[in-house]
Design a binder for this molecule. Structure first.
Ligand SMILES: [Zn+2]
Ligand SMILES: [Zn+2]
Length: 138
């Protein structure tokens, strides 16, 4: 029942690593061609290599991230999550600038899985956090 062979993306839809739901492709306005995959069930967003940086640089986080879906979001991964592209194990890495934001990263393809709300969180890199980060460098 796959009707997604359009030349638009040249690839089939991905399944959400968390719940197996087919993710929706979403072109991000203002990013010169970034297309993300988003799970309509849990709100998780899959970003291919460098897409996160491009979205943040374009200030388009709020166009991608729909915000937290539920208030009962569990802390930390419940089960090992696999990359939707190459089935490699995703590893949880704290963002270099905002240590409270944990991102699932695929070491194979460089893709990243962000929970709903995390992208907006990353984009809201406050002045206070910038100063803290700067101090750590010294
Ligand atoms: Zn999901
Ligand atoms: Zn991968």
């Amino acid at each position: 029942m796959s009707h997604f062979h359009e030349a638009e993306t040249g690839q089939s839809r991905l399944r959400c690593p968390k719940d197996g739901t087919l993710m929706e492709k979403s072109a991000v306005a203002g990013t010169a061609g970034v297309t993300v995959d988003r799970c309509a069930k849990c709100g998780a967003v899959w970003l291919d290599k460098n897409e996160l940086e491009r979205i943040l640089a374009a200030g388009a986080a709020s166009k991608v991230d729909l915000g937290p879906f539920g208030k009962d979001k569990p802390n930390g991964p419940i089960a090992p999550l696999m990359c939707p592209r190459d089935q490699s194990l995703l590893t949880e890495v704290a963002d270099a600038k905002q240590m409270h934001v944990l991102i699932m990263i695929c070491s194979e393809c460089g893709g990243k899985l962000l929970d709903a709300g995390e992208l907006i969180d990353l984009a809201q890199f406050t002045v206070g956090e910038r100063i803290k980060a700067a101090l750590k460098l010294g």
